[in-house]
Design a protein around this ligand. Structure first.
Ligand code: AMP
Ligand code: MG
Length: 329
């Protein structure tokens, strides 16, 4: 099947993310992967900055009035270690944008520091950096938000062999959704035959397949286990990094994902780019998303999401049962 809806924003996203994935592959091949530690103690790599610069450059060319709200900024380039990083980033970006210079690359990265407005894009150049460093799952995440609602969402998962399975390798998976039109997946290397995404039809809570983070610091495992016990769901959760989890759920490969702050860091708040690009993909595939009270997640609150306690992502049929279990524990 070919791509059924060719709205220009979705086409732009597909082109940009396919190129971003090639850029990351080039970096991995020539320079390998290593990380710096940011002020918030999370890791960042050459690839994060290079992808943000590349997509910000294309966005300004094609949708010049749309602001970009993205994870990275150029402040780290001011340190001596950061200046070397900028040199490497520029070297790789130049292979795709010949006019790139260190100064312009830093400026393109900083285009992502814009404020949210009536219509804006959000991006996480590498979501799941720890998975990326381990050679496991990660995602390039991009979404368009209009009047507080996600309108287009894209996830490029270079290490996801098939949308329905957590297996690593192959040509990678590209998922795209357009509000009201549907969601599809295809090969990231050859994005031609788009297939529709559909969540699972599972409704017996004891058969529910859960997803979880690989990193124990990114979730409260104990609470997830208690919810599973309440539902008498005993299948081992599928551990995966990044928003690739949303793709697996949207394709019917899993049924329930709980995103909640880990016990040692209860103050952790989700950023809009960590959720919005995947949320529309799950919803257009027939899934459901809410906070732990059952309220819709508000995508109009700026860079940081304000959700009550955590985010529940399900195949819709199991949503009420999961909410009930959350209330009880
Ligand atoms: P994962 O790929 O499941 O490991 O999740 C990656 C995401 O975890 C990042 O995008 C962060 O938003 C999020 N994260 C980082 N620290 C925490 C924390 N202490 N609690 C919950 N989520 C976190
Ligand atoms: Mg992230």
């Amino acid at each position: 099947m070919s791509f059924p809806v060719l709205i220009p924003e979705a086409e732009f996203g597909i082109r940009s993310l396919c190129q971003a994935a090639r850029l990351i592959e080039q970096i991995r091949r020539e320079a390998g992967v290593s990380s710096l530690t940011k002020m918030d103690r999370s890791p960042v790599t050459v690839a994060d900055f290079a992808v943000q610069a590349l997509v910000a450059y294309h966005l300004a060319k094609e949708f010049s009035r749309d602001p970009l709200v993205a994870e990275e900024n150029s402040s780290i380039f001011k340190t001596s270690e950061g200046a070397k990083i900028l040199e490497t980033v520029t070297h790789f970006v130049k292979q795709f944008i010949p006019e790139a210079r260190a100064g312009s690359v830093a400026e393109w990265v900083d285009r992502g520091t814009a404020d949210p407005s009536d219509r804006f894009w959000v991006m996480d150049p590498i979501d799941g950096t720890k998975g990326f460093l381990r050679g496991e799952q990660y995602a390039i995440a991009l979404a368009l938000i209009e009047k507080g609602k996600v309108k287009v969402g894209l996830l490029a998962c270079p290490n996801l062999k098939d949308a329905r399975s957590p297996e690593i390798g192959g040509e990678g998976t590209l998922a795209v959704a357009v509000r009201g039109q549907g969601g599809w997946h295809t090969s990231l290397k050859q994005p031609k035959g788009f297939r529709p995404l559909r969540v699972s039809r599972r409704q017996k809570s004891s058969e529910a397949v859960f997803l979880s983070s690989v990193e124990s610091r990114h979730t409260d495992r104990d609470r997830v286990e208690r919810v599973m016990n309440k539902l008498e769901a005993h299948t081992q959760p599928i551990a995966m990094d990044s928003l690739a989890k949303y793709v697996l759920l949207a394709s019917g490969g899993a049924d329930i994902l709980l995103r909640l702050p880990s016990a040692p860091q209860p103050q952790h708040r989700e950023c809009i780019w960590d959720h919005a690009p995947g949320a529309i993909i799950v919803e257009e595939a027939g899934g459901k998303i809410s906070d732990f009270e059952g309220n819709a997640v508000d995508d109009s609150t700026g860079r940081i999401l304000t959700v009550s306690r955590g985010i529940l992502v399900t195949n819709a049929r199991l949503h009420a049962a999961a909410l009930e279990a959350l209330k009880e524990i």
